[in-house]
Design a protein around this ligand. Sequence first.
Ligand SMILES: Nc1ncnc2c1ncn2[C@@H]1O[C@H](COP(=O)(O)OP(=O)(O)OP(=O)(O)O)[C@@H](O)[C@H]1O
Ligand SMILES: [Mg+2]
Length: 279
Amino acid sequence: MIIAIAAIKGGVGKTTLTFCLAATLVHMGKTVLCIDLDHQGDLSAAVGVEKNSSEPDIGQILFAPKREQAKLFSQAIIEVSGGFHLITPGVNLGAYQTEIEKGLSSESRLKDAIDQFEAAFENYDYILLDTPKGESLFTKNALVACNKVIIPVQTEYFSLKNIPELLHLVSEIADRSNPDLEVSTIVPNRMKSTSLHKSIYEQLMEWDVRTYLGHQTHAAWVSPPIKDLTIYAELSAQAQSLYSYSGSKAEHRAPFLEIAKQLELSRTSELTREVQVVG
Ligand SMILES: Nc1ncnc2c1ncn2[C@@H]1O[C@H](COP(=O)(O)OP(=O)(O)OP(=O)(O)O)[C@@H](O)[C@H]1O
Ligand SMILES: [Mg+2]
């Protein structure tokens, strides 16, 4: 299952969520590949590697001719602390963006690359795509390539106003190129115990993404909130995972475990459906 972690707004917790979810899925015995699609390379930094650690990097893979992508993909994967695999963005992702946009099919380069690399589906239960802020080419590539979208939302005033922008993009991509694309989960992040935060959380619970997504039949699931705690910042600053860091407790892992379990339910039910169709 390919999952994009996306939000048009910056700094809402996309990378933190990707990092903690990947570690949680690995802890549950799942195989996970993360792709860092952000030129900032924050996900790479969070696991303690340089953003040019993959050779080739994701920019080179997306820029390469389709026939070469499978080979490049397999060469690019590195194993990182936390027990998952990673492809880093490289140092020239911005320059690659300009070149890719001059060519054809610029928004489906990642889908093409993953489709070419059959081992992606044999070797990994989950491929997690950490996206940059804004409507970048790489966010579009993630939405074209993925099955599901998870949206982290900071429980702050004004933070809800960016969700429709992302949902319009999802809707357009579903209409043009990825009809099964589904916003599966909304993750309230940086929750504090003030009345403002509680009221924003309640608004999120009432929010129905289908108002913006004509193609989607199921409502998105709103996960338990992730509290605003320095431990989540410490994890990435110290390149430690939720499962290796000494200060990490069960309560810090609990929301990620719930999100991972929910994903696993939907992944296994999709696998069962596929088996029935084949049978
Ligand atoms: N629940 C949380 N509690 C405390 N700090 C958090 C929490 N979630 C994220 N942070 C911190 O907030 C900052 C932004 O988080 P993060 O980098 O995950 O956001 P992002 O959406 O990936 O940002 P960008 O748009 O720049 O890629 C980081 O310093 C991170 O450590
Ligand atoms: Mg980020």
